[in-house]
Design a protein around this ligand. Structure first.
Ligand SMILES: NC(=O)c1ccc[n+]([C@@H]2O[C@H](COP(=O)([O-])OP(=O)(O)OC[C@H]3O[C@@H](n4cnc5c(N)ncnc54)[C@H](OP(=O)(O)O)[C@@H]3O)[C@@H](O)[C@H]2O)c1
Length: 212
């Protein structure tokens, strides 16, 4: 699958490397096209370019920019008919200094709304799927040995969820269908816990217990 990464930072580079290693043609999108090409070479991605160019060339677009940049960047991307994976977290301050303050900087949304629903409204022609937001980039980059960390996936388009679960499985995760996009609110609430633990060696896993 042709995949674009929008935002070539820590998380974008880690996902790009993983997806490229799994055999997907990945285009890195950066505000600086030269930087995108350099990072593409480093992580084994097929190519690099500007945000718009990367999104236009791909079927699946992965958003890995800071929350503060989302409202400015998303409306300018050609996303109609594409799957938009939202890996962002709606923090007003991305300094991530851990512990209690993580909660105090989270953007508040009305009931049922989330960062992902804001993104869906900014890109009405795309199928937004929330995924990977609660994974540490450093863990994604170095792998997890025998463990397959859980990745929860939610979005209103069931076929898009299936595609994203397939991509998550391709790169070593244990994907779980978390339902419609209204659940993104809870996936976004999971990240402060993961961050507060301050331990990228912790991976969430899910076991199915047989019914009694
Ligand atoms: N790091 C993690 O462990 C992790 C894990 C899960 C989810 N996330 C989420 O992924 C997103 C990116 O996090 P990150 O840790 O990868 O951040 P990062 O290393 O700072 O990278 C973010 C990238 O976004 C691009 N960008 C676009 N507009 C920007 C702006 N106004 N200011 C700064 N950067 C801008 C930049 O790439 P270009 O210059 O190439 O355009 C930058 O390198 C966040 O929403 C975060 O919550 C991060």
């Amino acid at each position: 699958m042709k995949i674009a990464i929008i935002g070539a930072g820590e998380m974008g580079s880690a996902l790009a490397r993983d997806l490229a290693e799994a055999g997907h043609p990945v285009t890195i999108g950066s505000r600086d096209a030269d930087r995108a090409q350099a990072i593409a070479g480093r992580v084994g991605a097929a190519s690099g370019g500007g945000y718009e160019q990367a999104a236009a060339a791909s079927e699946v677009v992965v958003l890995t920019v800071p929350w503060q940049a989302v409202r400015q960047i998303v409306p300018g991307l050609p996303l109609d008919g594409k799957i938009l994976i939202d890996a962002t977290n709606p923090y007003l301050d991305d300094s991530f200094d851990g512990r209690e303050s993580v909660w105090s900087v989270r953007e508040e949304f009305p009931a049922g709304e989330s960062g992902a629903s804001v993104i869906q409204a900014l890109a009405p022609g795309a199928s937004v799927v929330k995924a990977f937001n609660h994974i540490w980039a450093v863990t994604a980059q170095r792998g997890f040995g025998e463990t397959r960390p859980a990745v929860f996936v939610c979005g209103d388009d069931a076929s898009a969820r299936t595609v994203v679960m397939g991509l998550a499985a391709d790169i070593g995760y244990d994907p779980h269908d978390a339902g419609g996009l209204e659940r993104a609110r809870w996936l976004e609430a999971l990240t402060p816990l993961v961050v507060a633990l301050e331990d990228p060696n912790v991976a969430l896993t899910v076991e199915h217990v047989p019914p009694r």
